[in-house]
Design a protein around this ligand. Structure first.
Ligand code: DQA
Length: 147
């Protein structure tokens, strides 16, 4: 059984209380449950993580690259939070490992401030999802099953 690796970046641990008008009232634990259900449906094992540290995300992407080479990884769903808009290091980690990756945002970043319109992740990602709320996570897992 292959693994779906869901990586969450900075401030996503605050889901539920953080700007609920933008991100909704579900917590990250609720999101993990949605992902568990989607993985059960699509025959994946879920590996669900969150960090506030950019280098940790880089290390996890390297680990994902090794898992993909070993044939144990279905792909990565990455919500890099604000690092989306700043991180050349994440861009390089995705390119450098060749991981199959879906960039995900809970909110529609293109309908928000101009500084959220540029993504360093998008040119390295296989697909991009934004604006589906937390329901985007199970949709992204279903998409991984179709790759
Ligand atoms: C986000 C959008 C980013 O602009 C923001 O910095 C986040 C969350 C989203 O899920 O909508 O932290 O990635």
């Amino acid at each position: 059984m292959k693994t779906a690796l869901v990586l969450n970046g900075p401030n996503l641990n605050l889901l539920g209380t953080r700007e609920p008008a933008v991100y909704g009232s579900q917590t990250l634990a609720d999101v993990e449950k949605l992902c568990e259900a989607a993985c059960a449906q699509h025959g994946f094992t879920l590996d669900f993580r969150q960090t506030n540290h950019e280098g940790q995300l880089v290390d996890w992407l390297h680990e994902a690259g090794r898992a993909q080479a070993a044939g144990t990884l279905a792909g990565v769903i990455l919500n890099a939070g604000a690092y989306t808009h700043t991180s050349v290091a994440l861009h390089d980690a995705i390119k450098g490992t060749g991981v199959t990756l879906i960039e995900l945002h809970i909110s529609n970043v293109h309908a928000r401030e101009a500084f959220r319109h540029h993504s360093y992740i998008s040119p390295a990602a296989k697909a991009v999802m934004a604006g589906f709320g937390v329901k985007g996570y199970p949709l992204a897992i279903a998409a991984l099953a179709g790759f």
